[in-house]
Design a binder for this molecule. Structure first.
Ligand SMILES: NC(=O)c1ccc[n+]([C@@H]2O[C@H](COP(=O)([O-])OP(=O)(O)OC[C@H]3O[C@@H](n4cnc5c(N)ncnc54)[C@H](OP(=O)(O)O)[C@@H]3O)[C@@H](O)[C@H]2O)c1
Length: 321
């Protein structure tokens, strides 16, 4: 893409309406908050009722295709970022039909609508489409999902790219502040370690999480560049969940001795975990011409947010009913 074409698409995207599904979730809410001063944001939430957000909100059950299309036809977005999902591994095992509908079928409906209406689609997928046996996965590597969550998320990727070949699919993993204060692994470590509680940390599950605000900024740049196809959008630095906890402790000056190293196999979890989800980031780094943030940079960003009172700010959007 030439510079002049790129500038034109940046300008077009800046004036655009971006519809963000899952706007009450960990990624969707942080992304909506980070984009709302750059463009018009319309968020969709469902069972979590929000109030006083600095962006527009619509409540809708996206498993209802008619309702989804009614919302799309009334908002007429220029771009959609699909962050809605049944994202809990164990919840997907317990509700396989719901997981199939929201994680696999609904993204395909968004893809059909966006393809027919000249709308950009960014679909958020997961590192868990791989079984984690070897690690070091590229976008071109074969997938092998373990468990209902991963199977349905892979189905979502396939339905999106089949129904809209220009869509952008991002496999991500991230952490940050949520409305519940406990959706994210960083909140689990921060909440417990700051209270002096001991916690378990898996030494045999490896991942490459990005701080959600860094991910939000990268997604925005990808939208502006009108990228399409499949990308791994994770940190280039992979670490175990135990080591992540240790880094959280060091970032805030908490005692690392509170973190007990254990195997995920001893934790009594229902859904299988992929042990090594190291995803390679060469494609996105080459395309954007910049390095993805490492763990120290991301956790410093999280620390600054905590010190600025962001956890309380984000909870303030939840309407008590
Ligand atoms: N968290 C991670 O580290 C991680 C890792 C890999 C991939 N991902 C992917 O990243 C995306 C965002 O994950 P997240 O952690 O932000 O998820 P989350 O916090 O669990 O939020 C899920 C969102 O989906 C919405 N949703 C669920 N069912 C819906 C329905 N029937 N109709 C409308 N909205 C519905 C929820 O709305 P209500 O709460 O209002 O019902 C909520 O806003 C997902 O695609 C997930 O698979 C996440």
């Amino acid at each position: 893409m030439t510079d002049s074409v790129m500038t034109a698409s940046v300008t077009a995207a800046s004036a655009a309406t971006v519809l963000i599904t899952g706007a009450s979730g960990l990624l969707g809410l942080n992304l909506s908050l980070s984009l709302q001063d750059k463009t018009r944001v319309v968020g969709i939430c469902h069972q979590t009722h929000l109030q006083n957000t600095p962006f527009e909100l619509i409540e809708a059950d996206l498993t209802d295709r008619q309702r989804l299309e009614q919302v799309l036809n009334s908002v007429k977005p220029d771009a959609i970022v699909n962050c809605a999902a049944l994202a809990g591994l164990d919840r997907c095992e317990e509700n396989p039909e719901l997981a199939q509908r929201i994680n696999a079928e609904m993204p395909g409906w968004l893809a059909t609508w966006s393809n027919n209406n000249g709308c950009r689609l960014v679909h958020i997928s997961t590192d868990a489409v791989f079984d984690g046996v070897t690690g070091g996965y590229r976008e071109t590597d074969p997938t092998h999902p373990l468990g209902r969550y991963a199977i349905t998320k892979l189905g979502g990727e396939q339905n999106v790219l089949m129904n809209n070949p220009d869509a952008l699919v991002c496999r991500v993993v991230f952490y940050g502040c949520s409305t519940s204060g406990k959706r994210s692994l960083v909140e689990y470590f921060y909440n417990n370690l700051s209270a002096g509680n001991s916690v378990n940390g898996f030494t045999d599950v490896f991942f490459c999480p990005l701080f959600v605000m860094d991910l939000s900024n990268i997604l925005w740049r990808m939208i502006q560049r009108r990228l399409s196809g499949l990308y791994h959008v994770v940190s280039p630095e992979c670490l175990s969940k135990y080591d992540f906890g240790v880094q959280v402790a060091r970032t805030f000056g908490f005692s690392e001795n509170l973190i007990k190293p254990i195997s995920w196999r001893d934790a009594g979890l229902r859904a299988a975990r992929s042990p090594n989800l190291r995803l390679l980031t060469g494609k996105i780094q080459n395309t954007l011409g910049e390095a993805m943030p490492d763990q120290a940079a991301g956790l410093q960003g999280f620390r600054k947010q905590v010190e600025a009172g962001y956890p309380t700010y984000i909870k303030s959007f939840v309407k008590m009913v």
